[in-house]
Design a binder for this molecule. Sequence first.
Ligand code: HGY
Ligand code: MN
Ligand code: MN
Length: 427
Amino acid sequence: MTAGNAVQTSSLGEQILGRINALAAISEEAGKLTRVYLSKELREAAELILGWMREAGMNAHLDAIGNVCGRYEGEQAGAPCLMLGSHYDTVRDAGKWDGPLGVITAIACVADLNRHGKRLPFAIEVVGFADEEGVRFASTLLGSRAVAGTFDEGVLNTRDREGVSMRDALITFGLDPDHVGAAARARRELLAYLELHIEQGPVLEAQDLPVGVVSAIAGATRLAARLTGMAGHAGTVPMALRRDALTGAAECIGAIEEFCRTDANGLVGTVGYIHATPGATNVIPGEVSFTIDVRAPTDMHRKRAVGEIVRRIEAIAGRRQLVLQIDVTHENRTAPCAPWLKEQIAQAIDAQGFSVFELPSGAGHDGMAMIDVADVGMIFVRCRGGISHHPAEHVELADVDAGARVLLRVVENFRPRECHLSPQVTG
Ligand code: HGY
Ligand code: MN
Ligand code: MN
């Protein structure tokens, strides 16, 4: 896509699809898509995205935490902005749409404005957040928390599985860990934060709709558990005398699944990672670490569930004479989307000839952090079978195009809130 008055030779969707594939080629694993926070592949992806932003007529830079940031001025330079965005990091063995679709679609919308020489009464900023998934370091939403001014500098000392601290990883990436605070923005600079993202669930497909309006983003609690028993000889220690950390963990994991499965109110619990040591066939595991991800439609329900899950794990550990260490590593409250933004998204969907359908997000998004500095709106795009966090993640070209046209329509018809138009808006 070239800036200026280039003839539009392909649909928005086709241009977006080409860039989705280009970005998906940047991975730290051959044959899989994995691009974690502060990796050299994330840096390579950042340079590619910054180039696209500049082609679209934006000033673009990497901010102090590693987000890619582009700005397209309005009629008056320096005006508050409508911020569009999503994340450009991925989970391990990821699909190519989760995150990048929102970033690339936002850039395509700005490029369309630029191609037609359009300037709006406000600026448009596009941000690609550097760490929404929280794969490398236990915490998550690091990029959007930095922008929202809620970044906890204590996480700089967390280490990845290779023992590299976030502090050192930032330095290797070319950033100054003591300078992360410079990424923070003031509320008065942002009219709203608007994110387009794949649904990552089956609801839009079941409704036979290409797009939807997000009502709220479900909160999440992540925990790290460690069970310590006694390693021993697999051939000589009688079963009744064992303190096997791995069979203890297995009972805990079964208990988590059973508790969530029998809950009637949408509770979900996941153990996504487990590691047993010493890890030899003929040695009884002495220590096991595993993660727990708990989500529910309301914060109260989730917190109650986390309390009950911890109690059940404590009881199992006690009965098996295992030492338990369990910590909350990350917690995000449910983030409601702003009614005035939902209304403008609904109008854009209707104007594009689609039925308006509102749905909650079970997946977490950067809007959970951005809500601390701006009102949040989200547009969901249908994905095949609701599959996500999996290489089979897929969006049909027509839906890519539909999402782009809806986002562009919201942007071109965006009406800031009255409070933003009065000069005394404070930060
Ligand atoms: O885990 C989530 O819900 C998001 O994809 N990071
Ligand atoms: Mn994700
Ligand atoms: Mn995502």
